[in-house]
Design a protein around this ligand. Structure first.
Ligand SMILES: [Zn+2]
Length: 209
């Protein structure tokens, strides 16, 4: 996700609307967060709660677990659930990457399969954006976590004109998010649910062999 700085406005962040319970029968998405940027656990928890709500509003249950600072990363394919890895990384870890300064996150999608499990967010860029826009940095962190998780769950080519998968990130999106109104589109939500259902069925078939 990239950001466009359009305007600088101050406003109060309000809590996002509480999400309803996802329908039963869906596979749970487990997201392990690896914090290399020394962000406080409480800030990550608030951001992860935002991302969890965005997924819940799409009917997708998820759990977001902080693995500690620079913890050993586990093999994402080690269980039957859909396991994602999200890295919160500082600039010093990406000095060799010639990415744009407003590139706020990334997701690694296989060109062969169109799927992936590993994403991340550039924390200092998020912090700088929050400072320019004068908004809560955990809100932008939450938006980018949800957006990159969306890429991993939707596969390649998953940007859209509206909603959480919009790109680049603009101030309008922050305003929507602050009111709990930055979501996956209905089509995106259905695509994620269907892909998780298929994933779940495949796991069951493999377990029965
Ligand atoms: Zn994107």
């Amino acid at each position: 996700m990239r950001a466009i700085i359009l305007s600088v406005l101050g406003f109060t962040i309000v809590g996002a609307a509480e999400a309803g319970n996802p329908p039963p029968g869906n596979d749970i998405v487990a997201v392990r967060i690896y914090n290399y940027a020394k962000v406080s656990d409480s800030a990550i928890s608030r951001a992860a709660a935002f991302a969890k709500r965005v997924l819940a509003l799409a009917g997708v249950d998820s759990e977001w677990v902080i693995q500690g600072k620079g913890g050993v990363e586990k093999n994402p394919a080690e269980t039957g659930r859909r396991n994602l890895v999200m890295r919160i990384i500082p600039n010093r870890m990406i000095v060799q990457w010639a990415t744009e300064p407003y590139q706020l996150g990334y997701s690694l999608i296989s060109p062969e399969t169109g799927t992936g499990y590993i994403g991340g967010v550039h924390y200092e860029r998020i912090r700088d954006c929050a400072s320019v826009w004068n908004v809560d940095r955990t809100l932008i962190l939450g938006i980018v976590l949800a957006h990159e998780a969306g890429h991993l769950l939707l596969g390649a080519g998953s940007h859209s004109a509206h909603g959480i998968m919009s790109a680049p990130l603009e101030f309008e999106h922050i305003k929507l998010a602050s009111h709990g109104s930055l979501h996956f589109t209905e089509n995106q939500a259905k695509t994620i649910r269907d892909s998780l259902k298929n994933n779940h069925l495949r796991d069951l078939q493999l377990a029965q062999r």
